[in-house]
Ligand binder design. Sequence first.
Ligand SMILES: CC(C)(COP(=O)(O)OP(=O)(O)OC[C@H]1O[C@@H](n2cnc3c(N)ncnc32)[C@H](O)[C@@H]1OP(=O)(O)O)[C@@H](O)C(=O)NCCC(=O)NCCS
Length: 359
Amino acid sequence: MRTNRFPWPREQALALLAAADTAHFALTGDDGQPMLRCVHVVVDDDALCFHASPVGNKSQGVGRSAVAAVERVLAIVPSYAFDPERACPATTWYQSVQVRGVLERIEDPPRKARVLQRLMERLQPEGGHVPIEAEHPLYRRVVAGLDVLALPLTELDGRAKLGQNRSDEQICRALTWLWTRAIGPADTLGIDARIEAILDARPELPIPEFLRGPTAIEADSSNLARLCCRPRDTEVDTAVALVEHEYWNVTTSPETSRLAHLRSPVWVGARDHAGQLIATARASTDGAKHAWVYDVAVDPRWRGRGVGRALLRLLLDHPLIREVHSVHLQTRDAAGFYAQLGFVPYPSETPRRHVRIQA
Ligand SMILES: CC(C)(COP(=O)(O)OP(=O)(O)OC[C@H]1O[C@@H](n2cnc3c(N)ncnc32)[C@H](O)[C@@H]1OP(=O)(O)O)[C@@H](O)C(=O)NCCC(=O)NCCS
């Protein structure tokens, strides 16, 4: 096994593997030469499985040692986050998993069919085909003729390199750099979710300044709200519940609202001390010219404490919004709230806006 200075709990490494669409496999062919292949994978029955042609060279790896790897880069951290002069501290923070073992061929037709069906569910979750079953007339010959290969997950090595050699203060500084740096698409797209993933993986870290939220009214942690620059997908129903009864959503179904949140390039929130989402706001944006703010709401129990203002400031400071020329929104009765954040009514000479409602 590789030396692992940054071990990661097995169940988290397994989750990364289970969420992966593809993995890199290092295999050995009949000529003894190593080969590297990227294949669609699915975890089934405690093995990482993929399919191959029985006459292709991937199948030559059966019965031989193989290594599979999946990784998720969370951040490329600039050197100047740690040192104003030296280039050496530049680094990458990532999570990775390696599986090592002997590649096996699955012989049992029902299990082969199950793996193939699960691969299809990954690639084509909308369906649109007859489900794969070993004895189905459409598939009997295909299932018999394809190789389905499996690497058992017995030797599984997870690694999470997330600045463990750095002090909490240095990591907070690096996260702030990641938030403010935003120099290109690789940085701006998804940096919010990646910052949150780092904070999730290091729950003991102090909160970086830009995510602090409003100061507690009393020195009582139950009064503290913490901002997040991208709520988790699993929090979408809570966000929808916060906005679904507002006047602008009377004709919007909860399902449409869910998709609107999940597909918004910018979605920020705030959580209470117990981690419950208590405020949400989202925006669509082209990252340069215009952004539109939607679905701003604070849990009624938390209103009037500065959460809404802190949330909007975070949204306006998002890498995909902070440089746009104009930020738009519509409001019936919160103009005073937005005025404090620099919003002014449209000039009266603005031509009337047009809209196309899709059927
Ligand atoms: C509007 C809303 C998001 C404000 O959130 P909040 O956390 O209560 O606001 P804050 O405590 O951060 O208030 C910041 C400032 O805005 C003011 N403010 C808050 N809501 C306001 C409103 N509806 N109209 C005018 N001013 C308002 C506050 O008085 C405060 O001013 P102050 O600092 O001078 O005291 C919240 O009240 C809410 O969720 N309302 C229901 C949903 C809604 O109307 N959303 C906006 C739709 S466009």
